[in-house]
Design a protein around this ligand. Structure first.
Ligand code: NAD
Length: 268
């Protein structure tokens, strides 16, 4: 099936890399005009240009999702250029690993929360009015398996992703009560092979994390025995963005190779 989001306008935050880039690419291939926003001024414009060369409609906007003033500008730019917004994918995120919570600095906790939680709050605050003007839309918030269950070393990250999970449900109820035609859902990836694992600090500024090999981790931890691809998550986002999910709101889509379901020891 093609054209699943034909004629719609989508904003993907953190769209320059990994899951966000795969989402931007798939939504564009399925007919949406895509706004890629990110702090990465190299990969973001490159991806928008590559999608343009492939005949799709995509632009890049530089955006730090923690900046409220920039959110106001981004929403205004989208309205001016496209006159509408149908799909919001609040995807930008960082992960700060700490050996123990007692070693986590307050600055790191605040940075973790600013990107993963404040950024999602601001995305909704500034994009809902745009969506409401056109009578509906789909908001997809990128949570994590770490927003469903705890992981040692990821307490701060888990706090933000658990927050995103319930924030999505609360906004889904607010939109349903308003009858504004906006659906809101969260996505919960497990171990997905993206650059986040190989960044010194999983995208965080302090540089304290050692890079992790997601494939090795997933071989042991995942019932399906492998890491997921960014496209696996993008396929779920496409479903939630498209009219195929028109009766789906306030739910959580887990894309994790079976990790949340249980353990499946492999026979040699
Ligand atoms: P990634 O590092 O490849 O991509 C994240 C993108 O977000 C980058 O392009 C980065 O520049 C951008 N970003 C970071 N801080 C930003 C900010 N302040 N403003 C705007 N953009 C910013 O990582 P990914 O794996 O593609 O992660 C995407 C989302 O998926 C994140 O929310 C992450 O927590 C979530 N997630 C990832 C995995 C995984 O295994 N890869 C698992 C569960 C959840």
């Amino acid at each position: 099936m093609t054209g699943q989001v034909e004629g719609k306008v989508a904003l993907v935050t953190g769209g320059a890399s990994g899951i966000g880039a795969a989402v931007a690419e798939l939504l564009a291939q399925e007919g949406a005009s895509v706004v890629i926003s990110d702090v990465d001024e190299l990969k973001g414009p490159e991806l928008a240009a590559a999608l343009g060369r492939a005949g799709h409609d995509a632009i890049f906007l530089h955006q730090d999702v923690t900046s409220e003033t920039r959110w106001a500008d981004v929403a205004a730019e989208i309205e001016q250029r496209f006159g509408r917004l149908d799909i919001l994918v609040s995807n930008a995120g960082i992960g700060i690993l700490v050996p123990s919570i007692v070693e986590m600095s307050l600055d790191d906790w605040r940075r973790q929360t600013a990107v993963n939680l404040d950024g999602v709050f601001l995305s909704v605050k500034y994009c809902l009015p745009l969506m409401r003007k056109r009578g509906g839309g789909s908001v997809i918030m990128m949570s994590s398996l770490a927003g469903l269950r705890g992981s040692a070393t990821l307490a701060g990250y888990s706090a933000t992703k658990g927050g995103v999970r319930l924030f999505a449900k609360a906004i889904a109820m607010e939109c349903a009560a308003a009858g504004d035609g906006i659906r809101v859902n969260s996505v919960h990836p497990g171990i997905i092979d993206t650059p986040i694992w190989r960044k010194d600090s999983m995208g965080a500024p302090s540089g304290q994390n050692a890079p992790v090999d997601p494939e090795e981790l997933a071989r042991l931890a995942t019932p399906l025995g492998r890491a997921g691809h960014a496209r696996d998550v993008a396929n779920g986002v496409l479903y939630l963005a498209s009219d195929a999910s028109s009766y789906v709101t306030g739910t959580e889509l887990v894309i994790d190779g079976g990790m949340f379901a249980g353990t499946a020891p492999r026979r040699p």
